[in-house]
Design a protein around this ligand. Structure first.
Ligand SMILES: [Zn+2]
Length: 487
């Protein structure tokens, strides 16, 4: 009886939230997109490659889309809101309670790898924001790599990807995919899966359109991904001074508890690299976002992003190259090096079906996880290579025998080994897995002119994982390099 009356009370006091629909506009120029953003439209995706723009409109205003473009379509209802049948949860996405349960159970199931969730601070409404640490059993310095999701409360697809990746790392550490063992033996991976808990919880019975936090002092919340301290409020492009806009940046840099909590944790942690997940659209973004300029590491970022998106074909670049300028966002602050040593920070925009479109379709959740997992793996590899953790041969003196960079790496069906030798003799190539077992070995012919290359067709029986190629000649010179096989 008590439960029934409580439920009734909630029903009575719950605010009336108007339904919203995602609308896709075709034939819209770049200029009119900027115009829409300036006018405060909730522009949710700008897909220049495919020539459309998505905006969120209150249901009663949907037919006004014709004023913006005659060529438009109203996207399925579940793309823009949580269906009433899921009113107490998020369908196949993990709701707040399911998140907590998942991370606690992961820590219980893999207690030698995964720590129980630790609170790093509180949200505006006083809820815990927690992190999970996962690492292997090796000792020594293991650089931190940071993953976060749900700073925007209506973007649960990013959270699904984090859950999948944490599960993959933990379940493959021991005897599974050796790439997981490599990552966890050489780094410590941190997850902040629910960066905006108030907004996420609010969404569960309220339709799902809350993107910002729940600080309603001046309007309907603050956009936490416009509230970071580097170039905060630089201009009004993609960052609004108006409290009711979806990109409202707050009254000052780091005015919000949620951004303060992540900032302080990141300063303590000093991660080398970060992936801050959002949805949607199928993009991989890197700094800078605040202005039309390239960062000193733009070539490095592009080379990472190029490899990371081979499988999922996400569009990569800076926010201003792909979408539009934004300031006060997390990537720029992480990368700025102002408060913490430079963090190689990227923002994936998962190619989910709008915000909630996979809520009742588990195959779509599996799809987005599958297409982001290789991206996460390669990101960790790229970050670890960057700080000098790799299987490469010695550096410094000119080696007598050299295994040049392996191409392609990661490899799918064949690998090319290029060898430079000071003499001319046969060279043995041996491929080892991470346990030191020989996977394959072969010998080159005599290297004419001291150089030669050899292509190895990777057998389909070779599992995905990390491998080491070692070369040696008759004089006892040797060299080795690590490469990855993807499946
Ligand atoms: Zn977002």
């Amino acid at each position: 009886m008590k439960n029934v009356s409580l439920a009734l009370t909630i029903l009575v006091i719950a605010p009336v939230v108007s339904a919203h629909r995602l609308v896709r506009l075709y034939d819209v120029s770049q200029g009119s997109v900027m115009n829409m953003i300036e006018k405060g439209y909730d522009v949710t995706n700008v897909d220049i490659r495919n020539g459309f723009v998505d905006i969120m409109l209150p249901e009663e205003d949907v037919d006004q889309a014709v004023l913006l473009s005659h060529n438009y379509e109203v996207l399925p209802r579940e793309w823009g809101e949580l269906l009433t049948e899921n009113a107490k949860g998020a369908g196949y996405y993990y709701d707040p309670e399911e998140n907590w349960a998942f991370w606690c159970l992961l820590a219980e199931g893999y207690s030698d790898l995964v720590d129980t969730p630790v609170t790093i601070g509180q949200s505006y409404e006083g809820r815990d924001i927690y992190m999970i640490e996962i690492t292997g059993q090796t000792s020594g310095y293991k650089p931190p790599i940071y993953f976060s999701s749900l700073i925007h409360a209506r973007e649960p697809g990013g959270n699904s990807v984090l859950i999948d990746f944490a599960m993959w790392l933990s379940s493959n550490y021991d005897g599974g995919d050796t790439r997981a063992a490599y990552i966890l033996d050489h780094s410590t991976v941190y997850f902040v899966p629910v960066a905006n808990p108030d907004g996420y919880i609010y969404n569960m019975p309220n339709g799902g359109n809350q993107r910002k936090n729940m600080n309603f002092t001046l309007g309907d919340g603050v956009d936490l991904n416009r509230n970071w301290g580097y170039k905060w409020g630089y201009d009004n492009s993609g960052s609004s001074p108006y409290p009711n806009d979806q990109t409202y940046r707050g009254t000052s840099a780091f005015s919000e508890p949620e951004t303060q909590v992540q900032r302080d944790f990141i300063i303590d942690l000093e991660p080398i690299a970060a992936m801050n997940y959002h949805t949607y659209g199928g993009y991989l973004l890197y700094p800078w976002g605040y202005e039309d300029i390239l960062s000193p590491d733009s070539i490095l970022f592009a080379s990472w992003a190029d490899a990371m998106t081979v499988e999922n074909n996400y569009t990569y670049g800076t926010a201003w190259q792909i979408l539009y300028n934004v300031n006060g966002e997390q990537n720029d602050w992480c990368y700025s090096g102002e408060s913490v040593p430079r963090i190689y920070s990227m923002t994936p925009e998962v190619d989910d079906n709008g915000f909630w479109g996979s809520q009742n379709d588990t195959t779509e959740i599996v799809r987005i996880c599958n297409e982001c997992r290789p991206m996460n793996i390669l990101f960790c590899f790229a970050a670890l290579d960057y700080v000098g953790i790799s299987g490469d041969g010695e550096v410094g003196i000119e080696p007598l025998l050299l295994l040049n960079p392996i191409y392609p790496n990661p490899a799918v069906s064949s690998v090319s080994f290029s060898i430079t030798s000071s003499g001319s003799s046969n060279v043995d190539i041996t491929i080892y897995d991470t346990s030191g077992r020989i996977v394959h070995s072969f010998t080159t012919g005599e290297l004419a002119g001291g150089t030669g290359s050899l292509i190895w067709a990777v057998s389909s029986e070779i599992p995905a994982g990390v491998y080491t190629a070692r070369i040696s000649d008759a004089a006892g010179n040797c060299d080795s390099r690590r490469f990855t096989v993807m499946r």
